[in-house]
Design a protein. Structure first.
Length: 95
């Protein structure tokens, strides 16, 4: 868990008695932050900085290299969500 939002989500799941989730990387395509493999439910905890179109396309994002990197991240998110959905997964984005 990297971000404060991920830590809070983890704490919330535990508070609700949900302890059978996994956070292992390189098991499910796209590396969801939390997932339930049996029910094919994947959670991606996305921060606004790297996943919010409004921020990426704003004038505050001046560096062309940085902007390209952020746009590539959005495109990768689309591919991951589509592939998981086509494989029968329910994808939940939390930001």
């Amino acid at each position: 868990m990297d971000s404060l939002l991920e830590k809070r989500f983890y704490e919330y799941l535990e508070f609700c008695g949900q302890t059978n989730f996994s956070t292992k990387k390189n098991v499910v395509f796209g590396n969801p932050d939390f997932y339930y493999k049996k029910t094919k439910l994947a959670f991606f905890i996305d921060g606004d900085m790297f996943h919010n179109k409004k921020i990426i396309l704003s004038k505050r994002t001046r560096s062309l290299t940085f902007r390209k990197r952020l746009i590539a991240g959005l495109q990768r998110d689309k591919i991951v969500n589509k592939r998981l959905t086509q494989s029968g997964w329910i994808v939940v984005l939390v930001s």
